[in-house]
Design a protein around this ligand. Structure first.
Ligand code: ADP
Ligand code: ADP
Length: 230
């Protein structure tokens, strides 16, 4: 079952930079796609086009059966089903950890207070932060904040998770705890697209590695072949 289908995607920014040139990619349920490549090659742009954070100039993207860039598509509904995690955590700073997790399920998902809280607590437990529910983001380490961000994305029960360099802003000793949460998610069968420089993670977890250069996908391979240079 194909969950993400990008066909002939082009993206030119207003300043004339061609960020994506004829990108096509198909992702099946349960796959973990790692997107790698040099800085400026279009990785982040590609990821952001998948949930319409970035408009495209040409081509078509279907996610969970919806035409992402069709103006009739309900983007709030789509984004509820596609969780996203950013390099810079993006937590609500004036909300506690528990409140960060409860907000979208309450407001967008229509869950009751009790339902949202139960779900939030279960997710905090899952990412190893059960004791931190009353803390504010600034009281947590970067690794802990990113695990909260992952839990928050999961709180809407997404079908797909998108990660944009989720460990790039972390101190090196905090990277492992975030990758471990992502590995556990992958092992549960979550469909994931991960922009990353963590080659060890890609080798261990990816179904396929997508290599980008200058706005194009220049190579796609199984990780064992990719890393052996075959
Ligand atoms: P990567 O994630 O591989 O580093 P990006 O997708 O961030 O690449 O960027 C691809 C190209 O598009 C780069 O040349 C970058 O400078 C440019 N770019 C990214 N975002 C914007 C933007 N909002 N406006 C103009 N150019 C942008
Ligand atoms: P990253 O590559 O880590 O995602 P960047 O530093 O490339 O982050 O970009 C940070 C922000 O600036 C992003 O929102 C991106 O869209 C924007 N940006 C990147 N390159 C350009 C550019 N050449 N012109 C305008 N905005 C840009």
């Amino acid at each position: 079952e194909v969950l993400i289908e990008a066909r002939g995607v082009h993206k030119t920014y207003a300043n004339g930079v061609v960020a994506l040139a004829d990108v096509s990619l198909s992702v099946a349920r349960g796959e973990v796609i790692c997107i790698v490549g040099p800085s400026g090659s279009g990785k982040s742009t590609l990821l952001r086009t998948l949930n319409a954070l970035e408009p495209i100039s040409a081509g078509e993207i279907r996610v969970l059966g919806e035409a992402v860039h069709d103006r009739h598509t309900d983007l709030n509904r789509l984004r509820a089903r596609v969780g996203m995690v950013f390099q810079s955590f993006n937590l609500f700073p004036h909300r506690t950890v528990l409140e960060n997790l409860m907000l979208a399920p309450r407001i967008v998902g229509g869950l009751s207070e009790a339902e949202a809280e139960a779900r939030a607590r279960a997710l905090l437990d899952k990412v190893g932060l059960a004791g931190k529910h009353d803390q504010y983001p600034s009281q947590l380490s970067g690794g802990q904040q990113q695990r909260v961000a992952i839990a928050r994305a999961l709180a809407m029960n997404p079908q797909i998770m998108l990660f944009d360099e989720p460990t790039s802003a972390l101190d090196p000793e905090k990277v492992g705890e975030v990758l471990d949460v992502m590995k556990a998610l992958a092992a549960e069968g979550m469909t994931m697209c991960v922009v990353t420089h963590e080659m060890g993670f890609a080798r261990a977890v990816a179904s396929r590695v997508v290599f980008m250069d200058a706005g194009r996908i220049c190579h796609v391979d199984a990780p064992e072949r990719f890393f052996n240079g075959a």
